[in-house]
Write a protein that binds this ligand. Structure first.
Ligand SMILES: Nc1ncnc2c1ncn2[C@@H]1O[C@H](COP(=O)(O)OP(=O)(O)OP(=O)(O)O)[C@@H](O)[C@H]1O
Ligand SMILES: C[C@@](O)(CCOP(=O)(O)O)CC(=O)O
Length: 431
């Protein structure tokens, strides 16, 4: 069984669409899981059955002709574009010659979806609770953790593992192969080439990310040939960057769900329109915003180093932070203030509600609390969520002091690892 983490897009929304800029994405403890069972098949077909038992009608069964391995047919006429596209891309890449019967079972941790109309169930060993929804997957509200990226990343991994003797997700080559295939499958399913930050975080974990050239993936989707896909996946420099970066000890991420919601494509199109109409002003804003984003990354790295080279000094700074003295963390605080300043300028000038006044008020209040380094609207912003960086010891107090506000803190934290192998024992009773 393999799993991939959800994400919080802390810094670099919009800018990440342009390979000139980098973004900072934090991987989360809420994960998507894929368990594969493989048997020898008969006849001229491969059968891939994907089950997602937490959702109504959550089973898709594809028959794949060995002579056209990239064109899976769902036998009940049910659709799941992300499942289908992943099977198509992985089989186009592998061009298998032997029949097989594969069953992949998908599970997702509770925080990916709204828990409305759902029932919790706990595994036999009592370690894992999952929510079972009465609606089909496409009708269940999402929370923004990147469910399709998580699904595509762990399904790609599970399928590859069925065709490989010594499959090891700790190998860099394997991880890059998973990433590249998952990016192609995700773009193909979405019908557009996004920045891919969510797929990269699902694969590599907490990272500073620079995107790939969309033409690379476009060309392969257009040609749809095994040799072009193999060349792209195994022998092409995508020029992406995925440098590991995580929060320093004692600092935690708090993700808050906001009642409401925003449509990312509308926000993106308003921002891109503004960029076209006001090239100079928007470039100036993006340049400042990017400096603040990169200053945040650098200051987190410095704190990480300090916590190792001078652990006592670092501990004292953390202690003071909880008591309200943020001076040991001033670079993080000021870079977050910078990020917010330029996101607000983008909001006011582009008309896209990236940090609307309601979020400004909430974030300003949170920032005034002891132990809080700062908070931002993650990703594309809007009325979806907020995230805070907080001293671990102050979390309880922050939750208490915000309990009457329109924010629900989610039960998750940073978990920096990307794809990893899982022990199935926590899933006994579900499988
Ligand atoms: N657990 C799952 N089982 C099966 N399919 C899933 C699962 N999770 C996600 N999917 C697929 O991904 C689709 C959702 O992808 P979409 O791109 O609309 O959302 P998203 O941007 O990933 O959302 P979010 O970031 O809010 O999680 C679902 O309709 C389904 O096709
Ligand atoms: C606005 C954008 O940079 C981020 C969207 O992030 P999210 O889907 O809101 O987490 C678009 C993208 O990178 O695909």
């Amino acid at each position: 069984m393999f799993s991939a983490p959800g994400k919080a897009f802390v810094a670099g929304g919009y800018l990440v669409l342009d390979p000139k800029y980098k973004a900072f994405v934090i991987a989360l403890s809420s994960r998507m899981y894929a368990h594969a069972h493989v048997e020898n098949g008969t006849g001229e077909h491969i059968e891939v059955r994907v089950k997602s038992p937490q959702f109504a009608e959550g089973e898709w069964c594809y028959k794949i002709d060995l002579s056209r391995p990239d064109r899976a047919e769902e036998i009940h006429g049910r659709g799941n574009p992300f499942v289908k596209s992943t099977i198509d891309v992985v089989l186009l890449y592998l061009a298998p010659k032997q029949t097989k019967r594969i069953t992949v079972t998908i599970f997702s941790d509770p925080e990916y979806h709204s828990q409305k109309d759902s029932t919790p169930k706990t595994s036999k060993n009592g370690l894992k609770t999952l929510y079972f929804h009465s609606q089909p997957i496409h009708k269940v509200a999402k929370t923004g953790l990147g469910s399709s990226a998580g699904l595509v990343a762990c399904l790609t991994t599970a399928l590859l593992s069925c065709f490989s003797e010594n499959f090891d997700v700790k190998s860099e080559t394997t991880l890059n192969r998973i990433h590249n295939l998952a990016q192609v499958a995700h773009c193909h399913a979405q019908g557009k080439i996004g920045s891919g930050f969510d797929v990269a975080a699902a694969t590599f974990g907490s990272i500073v990310y620079r995107r790939f050239d969309p033409q690379l993936v476009n060309r392969v989707i257009e040609s749809w040939k095994n040799e072009d896909l193999v060349q792209l996946v195994d022998n092409t420099d995508w020029k992406i960057e995925h440098t590991k970066c995580c929060l320093p000890p004692g600092i935690k991420l708090l993700m808050g769900d906001i009642v409401g919601g925003s449509e990312t494509p509308k926000l993106v199109s308003k921002v891109l329109e503004w960029r076209k109409k006001e090239p100079e002003r928007s470039l100036e804003t993006w340049t400042h915003l990017n400096s603040s984003n990169m200053r945040l990354v650098e200051s987190l790295e410095k704190l990480q180093d300090l916590s190792k080279s001078q652990p006592e000094t670092y501990k004292l700074s953390l202690r003071s932070l909880v008591e309200g003295n943020k001076s040991g963390f001033s670079d993080v605080v000021s870079s977050i203030q910078g990020i917010r300043r330029y996101l607000k300028i983008m909001t006011l000038e582009s008309g896209a509600e990236i940090e609307p006044d309601q979020q400004t008020e909430l974030l300003d209040y949170c920032m005034s609390l002891n132990g809080v380094l700062g908070g931002v609207v993650p990703g594309a912003g809007g009325y979806d969520a907020v995230c805070l960086l907080v001293a671990e010891e102050a979390i309880r107090d922050v939750v208490e002091r915000t309990k009457d506000l329109s924010v629900t803190w989610l039960n998750l934290h940073e978990q920096e690892t990307g794809i990893r192998e899982e022990d199935v024992s926590s899933f006994i009773g579900f499988l």
